[in-house]
Ligand binder design. Sequence first.
Ligand code: PMP
Length: 353
Amino acid sequence: MSKFWSNAVKRSNPYIPGEQVNNPEIIKLNRNENPYPPSPLVLKAIKKEVGQSLRLYPSPTVDTLREEIANLYDLGKENVFIGNGSDEVLAFSFMAFFEPGQAIRYPDISYSFYPVYAKLFDIPVEEIPLQDDFSIKPSDYYDSEGGVIFPNPNAPTSLYLNLAGIEEILRHNQDRIVIVDEAYIDFAEESAVGLLKKYDNLLVIQTMSKSRALAGLRLGFALGSPELIEGLVRIKDSFNSYTIDRLAIAGGVAAIKDKAYFTEKKEKVIATRSWVTEELEKRGFTVLPSQTNFLFVTHPEKDAARLYEQLKENLILVRYFNKPEIANFIRITIGTDEEMKTFFHVLNRLENF
Ligand code: PMP
């Protein structure tokens, strides 16, 4: 602690991300990254950009990429804000739409960045427990004081709340913002974006880190009414007016244009998710019905912390959360078929399955 720190820094409680390792022998199933590379068109576009224009600043309005993203959902570019990963878009949203002194609601258990931002920006919170089956109960979010935020599908539970449930939350918070963090939505049923036409209190946030395999490029975006987007732009311009670099813009545009590659890889991950679920169930695991690129699992006779450690000793990294309500769960990111076969090979040996 330094006497020079601001109160915000003193209050802060930094986020601890999953381990990031560089050992190529390790099978990384711990950070919900895509196991496949991005579209080959991304590399081509980035190389072209490197050759041509790195000495020039990028566009401050990022129109090209905003237009591509808008087209995905039949929106206009005035409905799109882009940030340096959806974590940055989330941080900006906390600053733009939540007030110190007015409690926001989010599920407990959920994305562990929300309490970090709330603390940093001095926003009080009401952490709402999930149902016994880990689902979100919409009526728990009626009439919030300062707004609502939740991931859909939720992380780390992998469960999806249907659009009727989201509408209920929106209807019962008409004067407060409801932020739906759709980091994993491309692996799920349907985005809430369609509800933007009906609800001006909705902000949807998505990322190109998961379904488009661009975690390293840092691209996230928000979709909402032009007024909400302007709120985010004001925050950005106040301290960070060139957030997205030229390589990310070129790569992001190429990734969205290659629709065939996107669909093929997304479907591949979903297919792997189904056989991995079946194989885990055969071995006695309970697997929550995932609509994401990861599985949240528990076993009645196995100790999750020990299993995590043993897998790690065998060069397989999954995610374990040291939180009492989920202390007997591990989260497993869907890898390639080869990686998942190795995972089962190791698991069978360790646990005599
Ligand atoms: N929201 C949720 C629910 C997430 O799990 C993640 C990834 N950890 C993010 C947002 C942030 O993703 P990114 O910053 O890579 O866009």
